[in-house]
Design a protein around this ligand. Sequence first.
Ligand SMILES: C[S@@+](CC[C@H](N)C(=O)[O-])C[C@H]1O[C@@H](n2cnc3c(N)ncnc32)[C@H](O)[C@@H]1O
Length: 281
Amino acid sequence: MYSPASEPDIDIQLQELEKLTEAILTKYGYDFTNYAMSSFKRRVTMVLKKNGLSTVDQLLQKLLYDPAFFDQFVLDVTVNTTEMFRDPSFWKVLRHQILPILNTRPEFNIWHAAASTGEEVVSMAMLLKEEGMLDRAKIYATDINHVVLKKAQNLVYPGRNKDLSEQNYAQTDPKGKLEDYYQMADGDMVFDPTLIANVKFKHHDLAIDHHFFKFDLILCRNVMIYFNQKLQNRVFELLHNSLFLGGFLALGAKESLIWCKIADKFESVNDSEKIYKKIKL
Ligand SMILES: C[S@@+](CC[C@H](N)C(=O)[O-])C[C@H]1O[C@@H](n2cnc3c(N)ncnc32)[C@H](O)[C@@H]1O
């Protein structure tokens, strides 16, 4: 019987991770060189064990000569955990404090950077619909990972997540019921496709790619925690360039921009929900 506890520990050195990330960058153009190495090392160890490999060199050989294996590696090495209305108090503040400001504009643009499987995008669409704003929103949802982006466009979520989704939604001062937005099919929640009619899904790597549009609101939540300070600075600059003056940036509950190089170009709008406003070009 499989028992992780009985497996020998795999000791990965920093130099091996550096060799791995450099080789991936050269071969595939994905830049993991500035990911936070402690969590990256944990994920690589997990990939080795999952595939019955015992050294980073063995992994490297498979990665370099098998592009399908590389796609699976990207999926395994990045953390894709997400949920509907994750951190409900954040969505409540968004509803009452930020959306009323966007609502004064004839149209507005929103970017979900690192959107994963799209629960955040659907949550936003429901909120906008309830506030009568969905038709005026132009929305982009991006991620490094093609597999999660595809799932995000399907709008099919496992029924086992129903209770948590409903509990979260109930804490956002909702104007309807979650079940108004989905139908059950084969044990899954299948959401109304009109919710994402204005959403463009696009591959975008925060570590490599540049800004592609200007936004009134950017959500970049629960991804910075996987980056080191150098990459965080790069991403904050990219997000700053992607925002209109007066635009809003929302980070995850455990993230902050106070230590980044361009912190003085933002002011905090809501400290506990990690919402910031661009105040300088
Ligand atoms: C933990 S999920 C966060 C999802 C959602 N934003 C949330 O807060 O629930 C992190 C996502 O970041 C994506 N990601 C990791 N590195 C990335 C990068 N360099 N560029 C864009 N997305 C990245 C992963 O593929 C994953 O879908």
